[in-house]
Design a protein around this ligand. Structure first.
Ligand code: ACM
Length: 631
């Protein structure tokens, strides 16, 4: 009799299973099976921890649940309670893959089995995504049914290096802001913060043996507008914009990240991008003179048909022994502050036009038998590698460190597309993929008519196509990838969030989920569910994926023509050329449009089910003409 009832129940469950809603998880898990029913957290729910190693992760979840639900959520460390119902059970299974976990939710209990505390922590993020979106709120005021759908998940990451880079040099972000950035990244299973700590616009980490780096190098004239086009600072403008992290603050951030199973990779960018260091210690340059921290005024002049010309030497001098003493002091202190196995030396975009004119460099080339400036740079990287290696760390740098030959043991971060990573892997180096054409989240994500100006664009749908392992490359050498947030044009953390999300959701999925689970059409509705979570968490995100994609062309008949499309299926684009606001009764785009001869402006906005989505684009016809290449 019991077995008949059981069979009937099983049949019902299986029958319903196909119609059960699937939770919107990002990144998509390796395997998920949905069952009928749900687990409900209530005043009597307890957490049971089977392995003392998982106590901290369990307590972390308890605190989160207490804050949102107002329930007591006690954490039991005794094994005996495990079989009882209304429990969230934490267990360890070291046979699971690194950072892997299994999560079973039934009506009676939730069981989360982690490969390690890190695995359990990643599983907790999934668990939280199963709860109502209000779990993201600081304070929940109304009573809610805190339910999770019954299911079984088995999950593990595709890559061990799942990073986000935050540039704190161009604009400074406080310790609390950096912690908030970490809070947000761990929700999507990122496990590495690449902290770009130095550049031409500011030195942000206290080096006790080199105090001028932060006394002088951390401060510049503060400007607002379009970075890179600012007027040069004048003597009467105060140099009071900036800041730096004391070593205690660095330790605080590293500990905060570690408690969330995030490694912190510090970057000190050299020999280029070093103007802030030169402002403090000008003797480290090959070009005698005085230097000031850049405030966003042009550093290069474009020369049509040629490389742009540098106006200032922002490089450390490879021919100067003081530079290596300096690097030793910097990396000695960094190695003590950062437990992560790598130190990032930058190495990108070194301006060598001043080296070409330097007698010191000429002397170095003769002494060391270096044939060209590629080899001068390679000599520099080799010296830095010895310093970093002497601290017990491994060197990683941007892909230019391959130029002139790279010492073994160094890892390469490929940013100028994937080619640097491909070349490095062929030479046997470990690589991290962060190609600018897929994962540079500083680029505009929609039409320039509405996004703050940046030199190029990268739409979410392109980011979603990011595939870290190119054809023909040994996948074992690809450690993973990361999205990079350069902050020239990012003046505050709200905008940093806007630029990061949702593109980092796409990157999270590329780095965690199996390749065959990637599916743009399936990703979009899941992402939209997370937009609601961002709203609850008060995190800004970009609705740019709803913005029309506009292409202006010159029609055969000689008139100006506009084609429109969308990144997301199922939107209708309503437009006007008369200046009025296009509501959902206005004409919907269906075929290339002839722009009325005397129109001054085009307005267009996306609707779904008669509701406006995203923002209205307002594009002057003059601008359309420019884009079409019409005079
Ligand atoms: C870079 O974007 N210059 C690494």
């Amino acid at each position: 009799m019991r077995s008949i009832v059981f069979l009937a129940l099983w049949a019902c469950t299986a029958a319903f299973a196909s119609e059960l809603s699937v939770p919107a998880l990002i990144p998509a898990p390796v395997e998920m099976q949905r069952y009928a029913g749900e687990f409900r957290i209530n005043a009597a729910t307890r957490i049971a921890v089977q392995s003392a190693e998982l106590s901290e992760v369990a307590e972390d979840l308890a605190q989160h649940l207490r804050r949102a639900t107002g329930f007591r959520i006690p954490v039991d460390k005794s094994r005996l309670k495990v079989a009882s119902s209304n429990r969230i059970v934490f267990a360890l299974d070291t046979r699971l893959a690194a950072e892997g976990y299994r999560l079973n939710v039934s009506r009676q209990r939730v069981v989360l089995v982690g490969a390690s505390p890190a695995g359990a922590f990643r599983g907790v993020q999934t668990l939280l995504q199963l709860l109502p979106k209000e779990i993201e709120r600081e304070v929940v005021t109304k009573p809610l049914a805190w339910t999770m759908p019954a299911l079984a998940i088995s999950d593990q990451p595709r890559f061990g290096w799942r990073g986000l880079m935050l540039d704190v040099s161009r604009h400074f972000f406080t310790v609390d802001e950096v912690k908030g950035f970490i809070d947000q990244m761990v929700k999507y299973k990122f496990n590495l913060l690449h902290w770009h700590l130095t550049d031409d616009q500011g030195w942000r980490v206290e080096i006790k043996s080199l105090p001028r780096l932060t006394e002088v190098g951390a401060w510049r004239v503060g400007k607002t507008g379009t970075f890179g086009r600012f007027s040069p600072p004048t003597a009467d403008e105060p140099r009071d914009y900036g800041g730096f992290y004391t070593q205690d603050q660095v330790r605080e951030v590293v500990a905060y990240a570690k408690a969330r199973y995030v490694d912190v990779l510090p970057e000190v960018d050299m020999p280029g991008h070093s103007l802030a260091a030169l402002a403090a210690y000008p003797e480290l340059s090959c070009t005698p003179g005085s230097y000031a921290v850049n405030a966003g005024e042009p550093m290069f002049v474009r020369q049509p048909g040629e490389h742009s010309r540098a106006l200032v030497d922002n490089t450390l001098c490879p021919a100067n022994e003081k530079v290596y003493a300096f690097a030793d002091q910097v990396f000695t202190e960094l190695a003590q502050l950062f437990p992560f196995e790598y130190l990032h030396m930058g190495g990108d975009e070194t301006v060598r036009s001043f080296w070409a004119k330097s007698e010191a460099i000429q002397g170095l080339m003769e002494r060391e038998k270096l044939k060209n400036l590629d080899e001068v740079q390679a000599y520099f990287v080799g010296r830095i590698q010895k310093i970093i290696s002497a601290k017990g760390k491994k060197l990683i740098g941007w892909d230019e460190i391959l130029q002139g030959g790279l010492v073994p043991d160094a890892a390469v971060m490929s940013w100028r597309g994937m080619q640097g990573g491909i070349d490095a892997a062929r030479l046997g180096h470990e690589v991290v993929m962060s190609p600018s054409d897929f994962v540079y989240v500083d680029l505009m994500q929609g039409d320039a008519a509405i996004e703050p100006p940046v030199y190029s664009s990268l739409r979410l749908s392109k980011t979603y196509q990011f595939e870290p392992v190119p054809e023909g490359v040994d996948a074992r050498l690809v450690k993973g990838g990361q999205a990079n947030l350069w902050t020239e044009q990012i003046y505050n953390m709200r905008h940093a969030q806007y630029m990061t999300w949702p593109r980092a959701l796409a990157v999270a999925e590329a780095l965690w989920s199996p390749k065959d689970k990637r599916d743009w059409a399936g990703f979009v509705p899941r992402m939209e569910a997370h937009f609601k979570r961002f709203d609850e968490a008060r995190v800004k995100y970009a609705p740019s994926l709803y913005d029309p994609i506009i292409k202006a062309t010159e029609a055969a008949a000689g008139g100006l023509q506009v084609e429109m499309s969308t990144e997301v299926a199922g939107l209708s684009l309503h437009y006007s050329f008369d200046g009025s606001f296009p509501d959902e009764f206005y004409p919907a785009y269906s075929a290339p449009l002839a722009v009325p001869k005397d129109a001054a402006v085009m307005k267009v906005i996306a609707y779904r089910d008669d509701k406006p989505l995203g923002r209205m684009l307002v594009v002057p016809v003059e601008e359309l003409r420019k884009r079409a290449g019409k005079p």
